[in-house]
Design a protein. Structure first.
Length: 196
């Protein structure tokens, strides 16, 4: 199940953003700690702190258990981070480069007889699987850029700007420097430009 199909399967009426699971557990820990403090009035401050830490530890265990069990229910792509921002894309590209470099080093070590056949097969499979997953993530992020380009072209067309059309270049007849579109005087020498 790819990230694109999971986005399309969401109901159209769900306009409100939902909390990620880790934020839900942090919120549950805060509410639980508040309830512990309210219920255990008359206790020492050390008991308040200890009980609050126990509640936060329980929330952390719950978040870790959910993160561990979600891939069994939804598949391996359930926890994949969608590629949205440029920083995330750069990090994924950097990791892809490192994985591909590791594959080359593994192949070199195998050719030099430093790695056994079984180790080469096992490590090669893991590295190639990781590289393929990173490449799928990068390809999925390309859909966002095409959507942005289409939206930009639509808005520019609505405002009357023709996409791909460049204004004709104008040059000063006195000094030969390029001038801005619609300028009446040259920005370099101040010569009055001919109107076309």
């Amino acid at each position: 199940m790819s990230s694109e199909t999971s986005i399309k399967e969401l109901p159209a009426t769900s306009g409100a953003p939902t909390l990620p699971s880790w934020q839900l557990f942090v919120l549950a820990g805060l509410v639980g700690a508040t309830l512990v403090v309210v219920v255990s009035r008359g206790q020492s401050p050390a008991a308040f702190i200890l009980l609050s830490l126990v509640v936060f530890a329980a929330a952390a265990v719950g978040a870790a258990a959910l993160r561990m069990l979600v891939p069994f229910v939804r598949g391996a792509d359930a926890l994949a981070v969608p590629v949205v921002a440029g920083r995330a894309r750069a990090a994924i590209e950097r990791e892809k480069t490192l994985v591909l470099r590791s594959i080359k080093e593994l192949e070199f070590d195998y050719a030099m007889k430093k790695v056994s056949d079984q180790d080469f097969a096992d490590m090669g499979l893991r590295l190639r699987t990781r590289a393929a997953g990173l490449m799928r993530q990068l390809d999925a992020g390309a859909a966002y850029s095409t959507q942005i380009e289409e939206e930009l072209a639509r808005r520019l067309a609505a405002s009357g700007v023709v996409v791909g059309e460049t204004p004709s270049a104008r040059f000063c007849s006195q000094c030969g420097s390029p001038t801005a579109a619609g300028a009446k005087f040259c920005g370099q020498c101040g010569h009055r430009l001919e109107t076309a």
